[in-house]
Design a protein around this ligand. Structure first.
Ligand SMILES: Nc1nc2c(ncn2[C@@H]2O[C@H](COP(=O)(O)OP(=O)(O)O)[C@@H](O)[C@H]2O)c(=O)[nH]1
Ligand SMILES: [Mg+2]
Length: 243
């Protein structure tokens, strides 16, 4: 008996210095999508191209779509480029380390009928964190959401999880208003979605911390602080209102 497959999906993976983690995760992503979707594309948003990441990706999956920026712009910038290039109706972006397993897609899909934005959450009662982040990283991981909650968006438990799904028609008007290129782009995205009256579903996910992180606790903390302040000011000025 053939299993019922989902129709189609564009999967965007932001990638920054990731030869090793990409080698581990890309085969799993390709297999899951092959088994569960009639049509799919995988877009790697490389920032900037380094070493032989492109070749590694092509060797694992020859139809991979590579998008490259000239200099390191940030995760948010890369994800946006991926969204511009995406051709299918349903779009997911996922971190290369698969801290959220790719199989969670199956639990997200049904909510596309009722919600416009579906996001993984590590902070719900049923979330399952199997390996926590190191102390310094988790301290940032705890402080940043306080600022987000206080200044930007109150009722979302985890704005930062790298596993978010939307329909193309929903996300394009959101990102056309996005200004943030770094790690805080998720908070901006969710704020714009709320302003547009979109329904956001937070789904408790299983999450395993990766031993590596591309986030520089000092440099990126400062950048994220600046980005949050920018979002706050943009919001106060009404920039995110309207269409
Ligand atoms: N394109 C791009 N991707 C990035 C950048 N920084 C991080 N990423 C990607 O964003 C994802 C999350 O990064 P990760 O190191 O796992 O962050 P952490 O889990 O929050 O510590 C991974 O797929 C990274 O390769 C960047 O500056 N540009
Ligand atoms: Mg990670």
């Amino acid at each position: 008996m053939t299993k019922n497959k989902f129709n189609e999906i564009s999967v965007i993976i932001p990638v920054y210095k990731e030869e090793k983690r990409l080698k581990q995760s890309l085969p799993k992503i390709v297999k899951y999508l092959n088994d569960n979707f009639s049509r799919f594309e995988i877009i790697i948003a490389l920032d900037p191209p380094k070493g032989n990441t492109e070749q590694i990706a092509k060797d694992i999956y020859k139809d991979i779509i590579l998008i490259e920026s000239n200099k390191n712009m940030g995760k948010g910038y890369s994800v946006k480029q991926g969204i511009v290039a995406a051709k299918y109706e349903i779009i997911l972006f996922v971190d290369v380390d698969l801290s959220t397993p790719i199989e969670e897609i199956g639990r997200f899909m049904p909510y596309l009928n009722t919600h416009q934005v579906i996001i993984g959450s590590r902070n719900l009662k049923d979330s399952k964190i199997t390996k926590r982040q190191p102390l310094l990283r988790s301290t940032l991981g705890n402080i940043f959401p306080l600022f987000v909650r206080f200044l930007i968006i109150k009722d979302i438990k985890d704005t930062q999880c790298g596993f978010k799904m939307f329909k193309k028609e929903t996300i394009r008007p959101i990102f056309s208003k996005q200004k943030i290129d770094g790690f805080a782009f998720d908070a901006e995205l969710l704020l714009i979605a709320k302003k547009k009256g979109y329904k956001i579903k937070e789904i408790p996910i299983e999450w395993t911390n990766s031993d590596e992180s591309r986030l520089n606790v000092f440099k990126d903390s400062i950048r994220m602080g600046i980005e949050i302040t920018k979002i706050f000011i943009n919001n106060k000025r009404g920039y995110y209102n309207g269409n």
